[in-house]
Design a protein around this ligand. Structure first.
Ligand code: ADP
Ligand code: MG
Ligand code: MG
Length: 249
């Protein structure tokens, strides 16, 4: 079954063509890498999928339902979750408190920052499970702001899992992560995807990470998809190679 389908998606802003005729089908349970030079439109594509931007043309469907005209908070209910290129944690709160807020939002509870999480309540239980899923049990009580970049990304992924999305968008999860933490974070992403039925789209410049994790790669260039194929086929594609001449992948 198809989890995410983009048909003829275009976006013009102030006369600039940011996305042009993007057609993409992603299967349920698939992990798709999205690569392309800086400014190619990768984050904008995620903004359109998650509803921060409305496309000028075309449709975005999750599990066959057109979400192109739903408000952002309705898309979360439709099963979409994302992380951002820059970190979005409450640094003074603990790992458990951060993830608990995400679990509370999913449960529809109040977002009180002042209420200390009571052990045994439902949101705390969900949060603890998500923290275990990213392997941060030992740091649950630590302030999020004091963690390494790699561990902060794991907290953000745990927060995402608390919302239990069917389709997950990760925008440059390795950005700012120290080289010693890349393998560990990569393994967390592999585990949260494997056997879960979750569909993951991941923008990432770190090619070893992309090629090691994904089923297929979509290559963006000047707002268009240049190729969508297996990692091996994409790397051997002469169009892709020439698009990257002089530009870092
Ligand atoms: P990437 O994530 O691939 O580096 P972006 O999606 O951030 O690229 O940006 C793609 C292009 O769209 C860039 O040229 C950027 O300047 C432009 N852009 C992105 N958002 C806006 C906006 N809100 N208004 C005008 N131009 C934008
Ligand atoms: Mg960029
Ligand atoms: Mg970007």
């Amino acid at each position: 079954p198809i989890a995410l389908e983009l048909a003829g998606v275009g976006l013009s802003i102030g006369g600039a063509r940011i996305l042009d005729d993007v057609n993409l089908s992603v299967r349920r349970g698939e992990m798709l890498g999205v690569i392309g030079p800086n400014g190619a439109g990768k984050t904008t594509l995620f903004n359109v999928i998650s509803g921060l931007l409305r496309p000028t043309e075309g449709t975005v469907a999750v599990s066959g339902n057109d979400v192109g005209r739903l408000a952002v908070h309705r898309r979360a209910a439709a099963g979409l979750g994302r992380t951002f290129q820059t970190s979005s944690l409450f640094p003074q709160l603990s790992v458990l408190e951060n993830v608990r807020l995400a679990a509370q939002a999913k449960l529809g509870g109040s977002l009180s920052l002042l209420r200390f999480p009571r052990s045994g309540d439902e949101a705390t239980g969900i949060a603890a499970g998500c923290i275990a899923e990213v392997g941060l049990e030992a740091k649950a009580a630590s302030a999020a702001g004091g963690l390494s970049h790699g561990d902060k990304r794991k907290v953000e992924i745990a927060m995402l899992l608390a919302a239990d999305p069917a389709v997950i968008l990760l925008d440059e999860p390795m950005a700012g992560v120290g080289s010693g933490d890349v393998a560990g974070l990569s393994e967390v992403i592999r585990r949260m995807h494997r056997d879960s039925g979750r569909t993951v789209l991941m923008v990432e410049h770190h090619m070893e990470v992309v090629l090691g994790l994904v089923d297929r790669v979509a290559v963006m260039h000047h707002g268009s998809l240049l190729a969508v194929d297996t990692p091996e086929a994409v790397m051997a594609n002469p169009l892709v190679q020439s698009a990257y001449l002089g530009e870092p992948v």
